[in-house]
Design a binder for this molecule. Structure first.
Ligand code: ZN
Length: 311
C-alpha cells in the first residue's frame, strides 16, 4: 500500500518580519512563496521549504502582527520536526547557541539525534539528524552552507487525549505503519517516503485543551498526488470512518480538503499538483508578492495594508 506522507505544516506567528528573518535567516530555509491569506488578504501567507520547493518540505505561516500567544493543549500539533544530515547536528547545535535560540541539548528519540528548540513565537520545533541524506540538494544561504541545510520536514508530534482513533486514520486511510513506542509516544511512519514520513502520537489523558495563537500549528496536510487520489481518500474517510471533509478548495499551488480528525487536530489533504512554479519561475520563487486571481485587481490596496518587509 502506498502511503500519504506530509505535504506541509501551517502555523500562526507573530510579526511577519521576525518570522521571515527566523526561517530564512536563522534556519536558512528557502522562501518558496510570498502570498496572502486567501481568506483574509490583508495578512501574509509565507511558505518556506527546501531548495526544490517540494511538497513534504513546506512550512507555512499566517503572521499576525498582534497575535496573542497560543497555549498548547490536547488536540494539537505539539512539535514540528525538520530533517538535516546526521553529520550536521554539531553545526546546528553551535548555530542555535550562537543565535540565542532557546534549545535543548541533543537527545536520542527513536534512534535519531534530535535538537528541540523554539522559534521567536515559542513554536515547538526540532531538528532531526537523519543518516544518508547528505546527497540531497540543500539551499545555500550566506550563513548556512548547502551541506548543512534543512532538507524538508521529518514529521510532527500530535498531542492527544487518546491516540487510538487518530492512529486508525493514519494507518487505514493514509497508509502509515505503526512503529516503536517510547514513553507516551508511538511512532507512525510511511515506509519509503523521504520527506514528512513521521507522525508521532503522544497520548496524555487529562491534559487540558489548548488555545490557538502565535506559536500554534493551525493544521497539518497530507499529500495526495492528484485529484483522483484526493477524492479516493475522501470517500474512504466517509465510508470507513464516517468523517466528512470540506468541499475541495483551490489554494492555487495545490487543491485541498480539510477535516477534523477524531483527536481534534485539523487535517488537510493537499495535492502535489500544480505546485509552486504555477505562477512564477523556479529560480525566483518567493521573491515577489503573488496574489490569487480574485485579489489581483486589488493589489495596490492589499500591498498598502500588508506589513512592510525588508527582504
Ligand atoms: Zn494547509
Amino acid at each position: 500500500m502506498t502511503g500519504y506522507a506530509l505535504h506541509h505544516v501551517t502555523a500562526i506567528s507573530g510579526p511577519a518580519q521576525r518570522n521571515l528573518d527566523f526561517y530564512t535567516g536563522t534556519l536558512g530555509l528557502r522562501m518558496v512563496k510570498k502570498t496572502v491569506n486567501f481568506d483574509d488578504p490583508g495578512t501574509f501567507h509565507f511558505y518556506f521549504g527546501n531548495k526544490n520547493a517540494e511538497p513534504g518540505s513546506i512550512l507555512t505561516f499566517f503572521p499576525w502582527e498582534n497575535a496573542a500567544a497560543g497555549r498548547l493543549g490536547v488536540g494539537e500539533t505539539q512539535e514540528t520536526v525538520l530533517r538535516v544530515p546526521e553529520a550536521s547536528i554539531g553545526f546546528w547545535t553551535h548555530r542555535l547557541l550562537a543565535k540565542g535560540v532557546t534549545h535543548e541539548a541533543p537527545a536520542k528519540r527513536f534512534g535519531e539525534t534530535v535538537i528541540a528548540f523554539r522559534d521567536p513565537d515559542g513554536m515547538r520545533l526540532a531538528l532531526a539528524g537523519i543518516p544518508g541524506i547528505e546527497a540531497e540538494e540543500g539551499w545555500e544561504t550566506a550563513e548556512v552552507p548547502a551541506e548543512h541545510a534543512v532538507r524538508g520536514l521529518h514529521g510532527v508530534t500530535l498531542l492527544l487525549e487518546d491516540a487510538a482513533a487518530t492512529a486508525a486514520i493514519l494507518t487505514d486511510v493514509f497508509g502509515f505503519e505503526q512503529g516503536a513506542t517510547e514513553g507516551p509516544t508511538t511512532r507512525y511512519q510511511v515506509a519509503g517516503a523521504r520527506l514528512g514520513s513521521v507522525v508521532d502520537l503522544r497520548a496524555v489523558g487529562g491534559f487540558p485543551r489548548g488555545r490557538q495563537g502565535a506559536g500554534s500549528v493551525h493544521h497539518i496536510a497530507f499529500r495526495a498526488p492528484d485529484d483522483a487520489a484526493e477524492f479516493a481518500l475522501r470517500e474512504q474517510l466517509l465510508s470507513q470512518h464516517g468523517i466528512r471533509t470540506t468541499d475541495q478548495r483551490d489554494r492555487d499551488y495545490f487543491r485541498s480538503l480539510y477535516f477534523r480528525e477524531p483527536g481534534g487536530v485539523l487535517f488537510e489533504i493537499a495535492t502535489d499538483i500544480p505546485g509552486f512554479t504555477v505562477d512564477e519561475p523556479f529560480e525566483s520563487l518567493g521573491q515577489s508578492l503573488k496574489l490569487p486571481r480574485q485579489y489581483e485587481a486589488q493589489r495596490r490596496e492589499i500591498e498598502a495594508v500588508l506589513p512592510k518587509l525588508d527582504a
